[in-house]
Ligand binder design. Sequence first.
Ligand SMILES: O=C(O)[C@H](O)COP(=O)(O)O
Length: 333
Amino acid sequence: MAGAISHHALASTQSCGWSAQNSRFEKRTGNVRLVYEGSCRSGSRKLGLVFASGSQSSVVEPVKLPSDGNSSHTPKKSSESALILIRHGESLWNEKNLFTGCVDVPLTPKGVEEAIEAGKRICNIPIDVIYTSSLIRAQMTAMLAMMQHRRKKIPIIMHNENEQAHRWSQIYSEETKKQSIPVITAWQLNERMYGELQGLNKQETADRFGQEQVHEWRRSYDIPPPNGESLEMCAERAVAYFKELIVPQLVAGKHVMVAAHGNSLRSIIMHLDKLTSQEVISLELSTGIPMLYIFKEGKFIRRGSPVGPSEASVYAYTRTLAKYRQKLDNMVQ
Ligand SMILES: O=C(O)[C@H](O)COP(=O)(O)O
């Protein structure tokens, strides 16, 4: 089996450097790296970037390189949306190394810390709506992460399970509504159902059925665990929900966070990154590590895992995100 590539590792690599397919270039000037997109030869689209050193950070106005007069490289008004995907923090059954699937267990104290840390990493990124699963570990992660957001909006779980629930959970103040952020729970984003493995210890199961067999049940695309869901079956609900309910929000310019599970997110990332059923086998998601995508002109660009505001690093935001962060900085002063 090829060494498992942690999406986190991939992501963190990408947040510091750019892989070739991103066709981004960077130029180091003093202690600032200017990251821009396009090609050095034919001009570039400007990307804002934030250079965070210590707790201070400043938005560096990107250098506008002379274009070659080719209008296709004239930066268009960027209508882009941010998509944040985050796997829940460590759960009580992750800690016990039990197959969890759709069993509804809470976070451990470590998982709570992971969710708070994740919130710090995305605290400068705009979020207009949150989607999560119907399981408490994902919902807790979403709420804890949002507590760290610098916009200080209150995440409110929308209860639309029936007409009365909808009616009884209405907010009758425009001002308060402006200060809240809708959280939509959807069973379609639940972890893949692990069938007869739910509650079993992963190591004992591997001892009983063999490492290879358990790895196949856990990571293959189309081989389900006994009476459970394969990743393909999970994708049929999770990716369908993503396309039908979440993509239209991004198209409308809304910034979205999805707090879900290892495998429901693997199926969505497989779709976003166009991974083959072979490539997805080595896709691993760490608990509580946010991943950022930019949705622009109908395409998704993976931007890696945002670093914390206090980490001395460069995280190349788009111009829109850099301006949003500047606005937050101005609000605080
Ligand atoms: O459901 C579980 O057991 C975990 O959340 C994910 O399990 P896995 O990493 O074994 O797929």
